[in-house]
Write a protein of this length. Structure first.
Lengths: 383, 292
């Protein structure tokens, strides 16, 4: 009886707290930052960005809010757009990992700050490869690269072009595995690199609007042939892991010698000991494996717009950009000239000459479906 | 308080009992109708009442035709049937001896065996999957142990159809053992002793005395396991090969990655069609059990 009473009262208190009306208003000097990114990024902000920024700007504090995912922050963006129309307070200042195109009419109505006109002192440092539209500010990147076991493969002879990679995979059967293209981007971007390879290594051939079934057939089918040709030389005669983590695990267990991996995931895995110290990272130099930059947006009607812009500028300083490399394991959003010299030497092998970014939309479904039908069944289920 | 009420109800005439009983089951029945039966019917309608290019909708079985004529989809269905059948057989082979031991053993060890048999129930399948890769995967714990005594490595079942089979069998042991154990409760010790007295051997005992009494439980246990295995997602997704894939991952991928709800629902309806067969087995055996 006692226990039941306790449960009921505990439930009532919890419910009361949750449904209590929240009458908070955006406070002056508290920048409300909403995240679409994962916990490791929020941890990075909590442990690195927040203390450094607050120390440098007395009287300003950061309120870091996990928006869940893109849809969660998109809803806050819609609310801010409504607030813009009625002149109300959006109670938000900065969106991390957000594409301003998602808010319908948001850019046209001036909801988001145009960074070209915002006068950020570090704006010119941004990597030219990263620019998208002026309301999206790229501040960190992540790219798929090749992670390999240096005890089995000498860094001096590691493949640095697609052709070398194919030769190496065929010469070392069973030592390479990539994950299914719809499950975690590392395998997906490896597959996309194969698509680039058979289409003249020209990323500009693919845009989100130029998808037609005919073009897709002529562009993708040769890539399926390349990948089918690789299948017998892959791990277990053509097995594919079901996620980024499983690929890392196979490399960590020394079951394979090389995998495609996200740069930030591989670097933090090495840092945490999930992958051994002897793990090497390399990027293809003829055309890098695709990846992308993470952007942020500043609301033009936020109470703390000016402070938020200072924060955006602060993120592009050498201090934070170097920390993106060392603490987060990501890529800097600025050109490599603007990170410290010793880091530049340390990461020389993975500095990309280009970061291709494959369009999503209908291309994504065509690639996912095509790969499963054309490449994956090439496996003999009994093997 | 409730006891006196129940006591007052007991002698009431049968015609008064009936509406109260019906009222008591009305809530769960309505919930099942609303949350389960209706979605099934609406899903079935969605797969045969398809939009036409002119903008209207018309009766069509084209999504089912596509499934039947598509070798890829058929391969996925047959690997699902294969996995389910192999798992069902293995479960019986593994669980019946455990249940028999637990029923007839008086030793203290039995309690530990029971605890061990129930243990998989408390392990989430995602954790099981990654532990599986660590233990049975390439260069996993088993390989290390074999290697340390100079034996060759095993051929790892990871990313082959045997991966999900091993995982699903382990995951379904507790439920199967519990159901079989409750069925073995029907076998009286007197019956066994009587059979022993007339000289029945162990095998004859099992075949003529025990199995006939637990056949119903075996049917129930297998239907339960089959229902779960047929639509399993996590284990086949993480441990199985990329293709052919089981219906669970296939449906999820069609829906979420190919943005193709019509075909995903068609796959679900076909899966449901197979599951309902086993559901009917279960209902039939329960109904048979009830009639005096």
């Amino acid at each position: 009886m006692k226990r039941r009473h306790f449960l009921i009262s505990a439930a009532a208190v919890t419910a009361g707290v949750t449904i209590m009306p929240r009458m908070s208003f955006a406070a002056e000097g508290v920048i409300d930052v909403y995240f679409t990114s994962d916990q490791n990024v929020i941890d990075f902000w909590t442990n690195v960005v927040k203390p450094k920024f607050e120390a440098a700007h007395a009287g300003v504090t950061l309120n870091l809010v996990d928006g869940g995912d893109s849809a969660g922050v998109a809803a806050i963006g819609d609310r801010a757009l409504a607030a813009l129309a009625s002149g109300a307070d959006p109670q938000a200042d900065l969106f991390e990992g957000f594409d301003t195109r998602v808010t319908v009419d948001g850019i046209a109505k001036g909801l988001y700050v145009d960074f070209e006109k915002a006068g950020l002192s570090n704006y010119s440092k941004i990597n030219p490869l990263a620019f998208d539209i002026p309301t999206n500010l790229p501040y960190r990147g992540s790219q798929v690269l090749l992670a390999y076991d240096t005890t089995k493969l000498d860094p001096a002879s590691v493949p640095k072009t697609w052709a070398d990679l194919v030769t190496w995979i065929k010469a070392n059967p069973g030592q390479f595995i990539y994950n299914r293209p719809n499950k975690g981007g590392s395998g997906g971007n490896f597959v996309r690199r194969a698509i680039y390879e058979v289409n003249g290594k020209d990323p500009s051939k693919f845009t989100v609007d130029n998808f037609t079934p005919e073009f897709a057939e002529s562009a993708l089918n040769p890539a399926w042939d390349v990948l089918k040709d690789l299948a017998p030389s892959l791990f277990d005669g053509g097995a594919y892991t079901s996620g980024n983590t499983q690929s890392l695990q196979l490399l960590g267990q020394s079951a394979v010698t090389m995998i495609p991996a996200w740069s930030d995931q591989a670097l933090s895995a090495i840092d945490q000991g999930v992958l051994p110290e002897t793990t090497g990272l390399v990027q293809l130099q003829d055309l890098g494996l695709p990846g992308g930059f993470t952007k942020l947006a500043v609301l033009s009607n936020g109470t703390n717009k000016d402070a938020a812009l200072k924060l955006a500028d602060f993120l592009l300083t050498e201090e934070i950009q170097s920390a993106v490399l060392t603490e987060l394991g990501g890529f800097p959003g600025v050109s490599w000239d603007y990170v410290s010299a010793d880091l530049r030497t340390k990461f020389a092998d993975i500095i990309p000459a280009s970061i291709p970014n494959f369009p999503s939309g209908k291309w994504e479904t065509a690639i996912n479906d095509g790969w499963y039908r054309a490449v994956a069944p090439n496996v003999d289920p009994a093997s | 308080m409730t006891a006196t009420e129940a006591g007052a109800l007991a002698p009431a005439p049968t015609q008064r009992k009936r509406p109260i009983g019906l009222l008591l089951v009305a809530v769960p029945v309505l919930l099942v109708l609303w949350l389960i039966i209706w979605p099934i019917i609406s899903a079935m309608i969605q797969t045969i009442w398809l939009p036409t290019p002119e903008g209207g909708r018309s009766l069509s079985v084209s999504s089912y035709e596509f499934f039947i004529n598509d070798p890829y989809s058929r391969a996925n269905l047959s690997i699902t049937l294969w996995t389910t059948a192999v798992c069902a057989v293995l479960l019986l082979v593994v669980c019946l001896p455990i249940a028999l031991y637990l029923r007839f053993s008086d030793s203290k060890l039995a309690a530990y065996v029971q605890g061990l048999a129930i243990f998989p129930m408390f392990v989430p399948s995602i954790i099981l999957s990654f532990a599986f890769i660590r233990v049975l995967g390439p260069n996993g714990t088993v390989d290390l142990l074999l290697n340390s005594v100079g034996l060759p490595k095993i051929k790892s079942p990871y990313l082959t159809p045997w991966g999900p089979v091993i995982g699903l069998v382990w995951d379904n042991i507790p439920l199967t053992v519990l159901i079989l154990l409750s069925g073995l409760g029907n076998v009286s010790n007197q019956a066994i002793e009587a059979a022993r007295d007339v000289g029945a051997g162990r095998f004859a005992l099992l075949w003529h005395i025990i199995l006939p009494r637990v056949s119903n439980s075996i049917l129930v246990a297998i239907s339960f396991a089959v229902l779960g295995i047929f639509s399993a997602f996590t284990l086949p997704y993480i441990l199985g090969p990329a293709a052919p894939e089981m219906m669970g991952p296939f449906m999820q991928r069609t829906f979420r990655d190919l943005f193709d709800p019509t075909n995903a629902i068609t796959q679900a309806v076909i899966t449901f069609g197979f599951c309902i067969l086993f559901g009917l087995f279960y209902v039939r055996s329960v109904a048979k059990n009830r009639t005096p």
